[in-house]
Structures are given as C-alpha cells and as structure tokens.
Design a binder for this molecule. Structure first.
Ligand code: CP
Length: 298
C-alpha cells in the first residue's frame, strides 16, 4: 500500500518531524524539488472553508493538478455510492484523494479498495483531522523554541472534536508534558488519555498557560444540541480577556476555525495580539504542501 495520512498515530516520530521540517523550509520560501507531479482530487462530503481551499492551493503551489469534486452536484444525487465515485475518479488517473466525510471508516475502506492510490484524511467524523494537528504543532513551534516545556490548555467541546483527538496525539509526539483539558462534563472526552489532566475550572487551567487552544461547540455532531446549557457554558468557558488574566505573558491563542464569536471566544480575544488563528490558516497551506511532498518521499 502506498503512503497515506489517515491518523497522526500512523506517523512514526521520524515522519512527524519530517513533515514539520518540510513545512518550515516551505514557509521560508524553499520550494521542494518535486520530480513527479501528482493529480489530486478533493472530495469534501462535509462543509469546509480552510481545509479544502488550503489543500487546493497547496497542490497548485507544488505544480500539481487538483480537482474539486462538487459533491452536491455530483452523481451522488443519482444514487452513486462512494466506492463507485472514487473508482470512477481513479479511472481518470487520480494519484491522491483528499477526503472529508462523516464516516470514520470510509477512508480506510477506500484505501483497501484502491491500494495504488494515496489518501489524506481531511476529517473523518469525530475521529481524526491529522493535517490540522500538524499545522497546529507547526504554529506552536514557530512561537516556542522549546514546545515540550510549554503548558497547553485545550478548552471546550473536546468530546465531539476530531481536531482535539489528533492534536492530543500530536502534542505527545512533540513531547509536550503539561497538557490540560478544561471543559464541562458534557464536553469531556469519553476516554481519558494518559498524561492529560482534566481541570474543570478554566480559571485554574489558564493559570500560567502558554498555548491556549479553544474549540467550537460542534452542534452538528450533538443529538440534543438545542438543550445544551449554553448560558452556563458562556459564563464558564467562553474565552475572555478577564479569564486570560493569569495566563503566561508569552501566551498564544489558537482555534482551528471556524470560530463562533461570543460563544467559545470573544472577538477582542480572537482578534487580539496574542491570537495566532490566522497564522494557523497561513501555516495550513505550508503544512499541506509538506504533507503532499512527504507523500512522494517514499
Ligand atoms: N479547521 C477546519 O477544518 O476548518 P474547515 O472546516 O473550514 O475546513
């Protein structure tokens, strides 16, 4: 089977740091010397702004061909099943598929079906979002020479977050020792992770924190979303300048986007000088260029 990126846990330490190192070189203006040009298909069965566009731009900046499949107007509406769609595209000589889907298993089934193709997981249900975790680690490394010594706090809807799942594994690969999750019971992950501390009080969690990573409430994945105690959530977990008072001076504020202003983060925090949210977006292109370069380096 050819090299693919399905989950962060599939990457060796060497692969993980190789991708980050390629991303750094690209961010410094060094374009990789690509001998083979890939043909990429973007298949997004769920909405996306930054992931879809940055994969497209990344492919094009490497000189690859990239086609965006318009799922809403595709033959899916006429009853074509996913496996027939990718087999059809494969017959048009697609080298790599970038897939976002509500299903956690579909991308692995696609890999089994088309072992000659390469796959990048752009988000599979609540499971994983590996390119987001890589760009987040790259952003943390841009700000801290010693990321392993920083205190990272992940806030909010961790339970329904594929971003958090991948980020927690990536932070471990980065060697971060002090990782906290601050969330109400209903947003805590179902399974605890070794070496990750749960601190329900956001004020306590933020005390001395360097990397502050907040998450959107993922209502589309919550059955009873209308009955969430949002007033309580806003009071206790919406990121405000007051709550951030005891965080470290050299802190960075991160969010994978899209942000819901006034729910998980106030505008003055999202747009403030410590916010690196748009740097994450910029780094998304470098990191996705790096991932595609790494796909070829095997
Ligand atoms: N962070 C992220 O996955 O954003 P999009 O849904 O806009 O791709």
């Amino acid at each position: 089977m050819k090299r693919s990126l399905i989950e962060i846990s599939d990457l060796s330490q060497e692969d993980f740091f190789e991708i980050l190192s390629i991303a750094k070189a690209i961010s410094n203006g060094e374009l990789p010397n690509i001998k083979k040009k890939l043909t990429i298909a973007n298949l997004f069965y769920e909405n996306s702004t930054r992931t879809r566009v940055s994969f497209e731009l990344a492919a094009k900046r490497l000189g690859f061909l990239c086609t965006n499949i318009d799922i809403a107007n595709s033959s899916k509406a006429k009853g074509e099943v996913f496996t027939d769609t990718i087999s059809t595209l494969n017959a048009m000589a697609i080298d790599a598929f970038i897939i976002r889907h509500t299903s956690e298993i579909l991308i692995k089934e696609a890999q089994q079906l088309l072992p000659e193709c390469q796959f990048i997981n752009a988000g599979n249900g609540m499971n994983a979002h590996p390119s987001q975790a890589l760009l987040d680690c790259f952003t943390i490394m841009q700000h801290f020479n010693n990321p392993h010594e920083q205190t990272v706090v992940i806030i909010g809807d961790v339970r329904h977050s594929r971003v958090a799942n991948s980020l927690l594994i990536a932070l471990k690969k980065l060697g971060v020792k002090n990782i906290l999750i601050s969330a109400p019971d209903y947003f805590l992950p179902q399974n605890s992770m070794p070496g990750v501390t749960t601190e329900p009080s956001l004020m306590h969690a933020l005390d001395g924190a360097n990397v502050i990573y907040t998450l959107r409430v993922q209502k589309e994945r919550i059955e009873d979303a209308a009955n969430l105690p949002m007033e309580d959530y806003l009071d206790n977990y919406c990121l405000t300048t007051t709550k951030l008072a005891k965080a470290a001076k050299n802190k960075i504020i991160m969010h994978p986007g899209p942000i819901n202003r006034g729910i998980e983060i106030m505008s003055d925090v999202a747009d403030g000088t410590d916010s690196v949210i748009l740097q994450q977006v910029q780094n998304g292109v470098y990191t996705r260029m790096a991932i595609m370069t790494w796909l070829l380096n095997q």
